[in-house]
Design a protein around this ligand. Sequence first.
Ligand SMILES: NC(=O)C1=CN([C@@H]2O[C@H](COP(=O)(O)OP(=O)(O)OC[C@H]3O[C@@H](n4cnc5c(N)ncnc54)[C@H](O)[C@@H]3O)[C@@H](O)[C@H]2O)C=CC1
Ligand SMILES: C[N+](C)(C)CC(=O)CC(=O)[O-]
Length: 484
Amino acid sequence: MKIAAIGGGVIGGGWIARFILAGHDVAVFDPHPEARRIVSEVMANAGDAWQRLYQAPLPSPGTISWAASIAEAVSGADYIQESVPERLDLKHRIIVEIEAAASPQAILASSTSGFKPSELREGATHPERILVAHPFNPVYLLPVVEVVGGGDAAQRASALLESVGMKPVQIAREIDAHIGDRLLEAVWREALWLIKDGIATTQEIDDIIRYGFGLRWAQMGLFETYRIAGGEAGMRHFLSQFGPALKWPWTKLMDVPDLDDELVDRIAAQSDLQSGAHSVRELERIRDTNLIGIFHALKANDWGVGKTVSTMENRFYAREGKKVTGYPLRLHEAHVTGGWLDYNGHMTEFRYLQVLGDATDAFLIHMGLDAEYRAGGHSAYTVETHIRHLAEVRGGTRLIVETRLLGYDEKRLRLHHAILDDRGETVATGEHMLLHVDTGANRTVAMPAALMRALEAIIAQDRAPHPDHAGIGIRAVRLKEASA
Ligand SMILES: NC(=O)C1=CN([C@@H]2O[C@H](COP(=O)(O)OP(=O)(O)OC[C@H]3O[C@@H](n4cnc5c(N)ncnc54)[C@H](O)[C@@H]3O)[C@@H](O)[C@H]2O)C=CC1
Ligand SMILES: C[N+](C)(C)CC(=O)CC(=O)[O-]
């Protein structure tokens, strides 16, 4: 599938990074003289974020190509994401250029925050393939995307967006600014009034959000949160208690404050005071790290956005399970990012176990013990591990794991992993014993014939002697050992 991105600014850059990280090739057109630098900086942040977000090995990234014109970028593209500035006349001009060069089947999705598909489609030759796919910043991390326009194009776009880790929400009826920005604008408008009226500063408003209801929204949204606020009687009680307050009213509602020089200066000065110590790129990295922490917390609870992360990880594991040639098996690769380093500047201890654990998962998928098999109530549990740390591993190193099956019986697997760095040096080894279990009964059981056959085929390739350290634990120290 070829993807074209028209516009590579804040949002276009995020789209490009997401598609490339998910393995798609992207052709980009953006006339900005610094577009390549800007996009490459966004991609560096995004790549680092994905390494930290997903435990599973990432797919090989796609490639970026820079086109000299819109026509060149969209020619042969199956999906085109337009992210040029929010002006309807500009978007119309771009759509005319795209339609002149793109295949009639190509989906043309706009990132527009406010325009409706019917507005974008005015004068188009193939209006039915023009959609809104409105994302949220940072596009490479936040999954939600509002898909507006309906029909076959919306179905096809949603399938693609879902496959790159997004949560497409198809909106049945078009409306100015879709749904998310409607909600955000209400809060934004109210916040501007609070500053204009001298009630609060940017810092105070942000604190009230991030120390309070912002935390709730990340995991339950508005309605589920308020259901709980109604106590045991739930939503009905909440509505009867707080419904009348809506009519008092507390808010300024549709009244929009004038963004005159005085208000702009006041907000900009307060924002500088609040956040000026960091560059915008630094703030992006802080934001991404915080978001990843939230994603991980929700993944541990199998809740909300955590489910999106797990779904992608299962896909990555499944994809990894397919590409195997030769023996020892090279099933798993990992990239050592800055966040993996300890105070000595080396890969920290628990990351070794992560790499080895991921390699074990890749082996299990390879032998047929994959997500589908686990869903049937059986899995493998690791019961013993011996890791040897042999060489320092620095940031930026690409690791590859060579896996051998040292032995198996009906209920047990004995694996050996060697972690190699990009020079081919073995930096660590891991030996692991796993048990095949019935997860419902929580006891070991014999593997079915299909898995036994898969193991037999794998071990037939293992012709080298066992490594000399296999089966040996930590050796005794010479000078003094505790007597017990
Ligand atoms: N910034 C945000 O928070 C969000 C923005 N959006 C939407 O995304 C779209 C883009 O917004 P941003 O990325 O924020 O703007 P931006 O100003 O950061 O980027 C726009 C990019 O379009 C390029 N461009 C201008 N004319 C072009 C042309 N003729 N052909 C190709 N590229 C061209 C510019 O050089 C620039 O790099 C807008 O429709 C906006 O409503 C959607 C979600 C969030
Ligand atoms: C400010 N904005 C209207 C462009 C914001 C969005 O469209 C979504 C977001 O990321 O908040």
